[in-house]
Design a protein around this ligand. Structure first.
Ligand code: HEM
Length: 355
């Protein structure tokens, strides 16, 4: 397993920089194991195609422990696996449903690229793919041919959420893996940093997710990092005005400009989403939006639009509510377009290859 990333020097630099520029009230270590209790009643949410918490109770009762043995170790060795895996799960679920189609590698020489090679998926961090591969190997060892890659991804995303200080919830299982993975499906199904609120609402609605789910799930941007290309226009040429975005805090603007020049910058450079507590899953994301400290235009837009602003203000005040709603929304997202049975899906031996 790779424990170092080519992004690490950039990440280290930017973290130090941002911690100096925006010192948090109290620094939260990513290595502290959160003792949050299970919140919400995610188990009671709607159950499309009968996913169930006890799906492997007889066939592989130790599946969750096996996955946790890998995720907890990976979190110690490479904490950026936490945001990376949560994002991987989101990108899997939004394209053809939660069916691990994101894990398939393109056939060498084939013109038909798989999802993970689509332009919008190029930034997905390797650590996340490696972690799922490792978890699958451990699970296959004990329960051969039983547990789908899509269920392992759902469990790993929940584990990382909890490891990084977020809520714990029971993961419903029973997904089968998809038989199709096509790069051409990605662009239309993945939101972009410059998507408007109308576009985001439409996209989320098309997945059975509400306006509230959009605001709550965007709270995942309380951890993790983004490359300059996703927000550079906000710094120098917002909406073609040749001016910076008026809704960025001036100190943040200055700091981001130093890291992300308009031309010729380091393409590998990343900035933290949450400038106050970049390694803690908490509700400061929403407070940051109120303080014009959102990183992407799509983040800041949640505070500018009258439909989403009251929800942002509410979540900024209430961490417990955010945790409850985030657990429910992850459960809902994890149920998008799930496949059941050999007619619609497969149980892969190797997550990156179809049967
Ligand atoms: C609402 C629309 C959304 C947009 C426009 C969006 C866009 C982005 C972009 C541009 C990045 C930076 C990628 C990079 O430069 O490497 C990112 C990162 C991330 N996104 Fe989103 N995202 C959205 C929703 C979500 C949702 C629903 C989740 C999960 C529930 C999520 C989880 C993450 C995480 C955890 C990261 C950090 C990844 C890392 O550090 O490796 N995002 N997102």
């Amino acid at each position: 397993m790779t424990v170092s990333s080519p992004l690490l020097p950039a990440i280290t630099f930017i973290i130090i920089f941002f911690l100096i520029a925006f010192p948090p009230p109290s620094y939260s270590s990513p290595f502290i194991f959160s003792k949050q209790k299970s919140v919400g009643n995610a188990g009671k949410a709607r159950q499309p195609r009968q996913l169930s918490v006890t799906y492997y109770a007889k066939s592989c009762p130790q599946v969750e422990q096996l996955v946790l043995s890998v995720t907890s170790q990976q979190f110690i060795e490479a904490p950026i696996s936490a945001p990376a895996t949560i994002r991987l799960f989101f990108h899997d679920c939004f394209v053809q449903g939660c069916d691990a189609s994101i894990l398939i590698t393109s056939k060498p020489g084939s013109k038909q690229l798989a999802e993970r090679d689509a332009e919008d998926n190029k930034d997905l961090a390797m650590e996340a793919f490696e972690c799922i591969h490792k978890a699958k190997t451990v699970v296959e060892n004990k329960c051969p041919g039983i547990v789908s890659c899509s269920d392992i991804l759902a469990i790993a995303a929940r584990d990382f959420l909890h490891l990084v200080g977020g809520p714990y919830y029971q993961v419903k299982k029973g997904r089968w893996d998809g038989k199709i993975s096509s790069a051409s499906q990605v662009h239309i199904n993945i939101p972009r940093a410059n998507s408007t609120i109308d576009e985001l609402i439409k996209l989320f609605n098309s997945k059975g997710l509400t306006l509230n789910d959009l605001v709550v799930l965007s709270g995942a941007h309380t951890i993790g990092f983004a490359h300059c290309k996703h927000f550079v226009n906000r710094l120098y040429n917002f909406k073609g005005t040749k001016q910076s975005d008026p809704s960025i805090d001036s100190r943040l603007l200055k700091a981001l400009k130093m890291s992300c020049p308009q031309y010729g910058g380091n393409g590998a450079f990343v900035a933290p989403f949450d400038v106050t507590t970049p390694f803690a899953f908490d509700n400061t994301y929403y407070g940051n939006l109120e303080a014009k400290l959102g990183l992407l235009a799509s983040d800041q837009a949640l505070f500018l639009d009258p439909r989403t602003k009251p929800l942002v203000q509410d979540l900024a005040k209430n961490k417990q509510k955010f945790f409850q709603e985030f657990a429910l929304a992850m459960d809902k997202m994890g149920s998008i377009g799930v496949k059941r049975g050999a007619k619609h899906g497969e149980k892969r031996k190797e997550c990156s290859m179809h049967m």
